[in-house]
Design a protein around this ligand. Structure first.
Ligand SMILES: Cc1cc2nc3c(=O)[nH]c(=O)nc-3n(C[C@H](O)[C@H](O)[C@H](O)COP(=O)(O)O)c2cc1C
Length: 341
């Protein structure tokens, strides 16, 4: 094993297209979880290089009102580190959406070729586009022609578990003008049931000259260290673990151990931020989604989770949280993966 300080490694700057980031740990895009309220919470702790938005429909983006849309929404302060992810299957539509995002002065745009949710794939978007590598490359090329700010592509191995697919896709994306890749090495139909094939990340990294962010099943500092050592990836995109512990970027990149009451504080803060950004129904739905991942931190997390799911409003949520934390709940070192669907 290499001996190096993980925090120092993650705090190295990295060039992405025409811009650069000062930290290589980034928030992966997650629908219904990585919303503006959650990102505000993460930004209060700091320690991340970029925040990826929830995926936004490329068809809708040109006409979206950022003050009304639940997904295409941000705080002005997060612009310099925010990447907006778009999904779509039509190169011209994707290019138009990317142009709108560039005019909003965000850090960059990301193309979603990873989502294998039925409703997205049925529209021939997300991972479905990977069935036609030529179309996927045309989308990247057309978006590249439309914008000059950083363009990343998030993708999976493809529809067959063959690393040659991933390597071919990565080369095509680079040739088409992508500035960075986020690679989640699972086949498209796999809803995270089998472990990701990190060794494929290493092959993708060797095949391209642009930065590659490794992604998938990084749950603790050791995993983070291992994915970097095993694959040589330039950075790491954290998904579910960042939802469970929103301070994780600050902890890992500053070598800090979080204080025990950070769990209650963070959950209460998120409740408040959701109330600030969304109407009561939207806010509580998002908190309940967060509660899956948050509850995975505790030995008796299923009790907390079922109580939170039954809460009628944010006031009840706050009361349930206060009561659960009265007796300092036992933490688990690795999250309970039953909650991590
Ligand atoms: C609830 C949920 C929603 C997700 N939404 C998106 C999305 O909108 N766009 C995307 O590219 N990936 C999405 N993903 C995939 C994550 O970005 C990430 O690739 C995956 O969770 C593996 O990383 P992790 O093991 O660190 O969670 C989602 C994952 C989850 C669990």
């Amino acid at each position: 094993m290499m001996t190096y300080n993980l925090a120092e490694y993650l705090r190295q700057p990295l060039n992405i297209g025409t811009k650069s980031i000062d930290n290589r740990l980034v928030l992966a895009p997650m629908t219904f979880l990585g919303h503006v309220a959650f990102r505000e919470l993460v930004s209060q702790y700091g320690g991340y290089g970029l925040l990826y938005s929830e995926m936004c429909s490329a068809k809708a983006v040109p006409n979206e009102n950022r003050f009304i849309s639940p997904y295409f929404r941000w705080r002005d302060e997060e612009r310099p580190r925010l990447v907006c992810q778009i999904f779509g299957g039509d190169p011209a539509v994707m290019a138009r959406a990317a142009r709108r995002i560039e005019t909003e002065d965000l850090f960059g745009v990301d193309i979603n070729f990873g989502c294998c949710n039925g409703s997205i794939c049925r529209q021939n978007c997300g991972a479905a586009v990977l069935k036609e590598p030529g179309l996927a490359a045309r989308i990247v090329a057309e978006v590249r022609r439309a914008v000059s700010f950083p363009l990343s592509v998030k993708f999976r191995t493809g529809w067959q578990d063959d690393p040659r697919n991933a390597v071919e896709l990565a080369r095509r994306f680079e040739d088409a003008g992508a500035d960075a890749l986020i690679f989640h090495p699972r086949v498209a139909p796999d809803r995270r049931s089998r472990p990701p094939r990190w060794e494929y990340i290493g092959l993708v990294k060797q095949a391209v000259g642009i930065p590659v962010f490794g992604n998938g099943d990084v749950f603790d500092r050791n995993d983070c260290r291992r994915i970097i050592e095993k694959t040589g990836c330039d950075g790491v995109a954290l998904g579910r673990m960042a939802i469970a512990r929103p301070w994780i970027f600050a902890a890992w990149t500053n070598d800090l151990m979080p204080r025990p009451n950070i769990y209650l504080e963070a959950a209460l803060q998120l409740a408040g931020l959701l109330t600030k950004h969304y109407d009561p129904i939207q806010a509580i739905r998002r908190f309940k989604r967060f509660s899956f991942y948050f509850s995975a931190n505790f030995k008796f997390g299923h009790l907390l989770h079922s109580r939170l799911l039954n809460a009628a409003d944010m006031l009840q949520i706050e009361q349930i949280l206060q009561r659960f934390f009265e007796k300092s709940p036992d933490l688990v070192s690795k999250p309970n993966l039953n909650f991590f669907k």
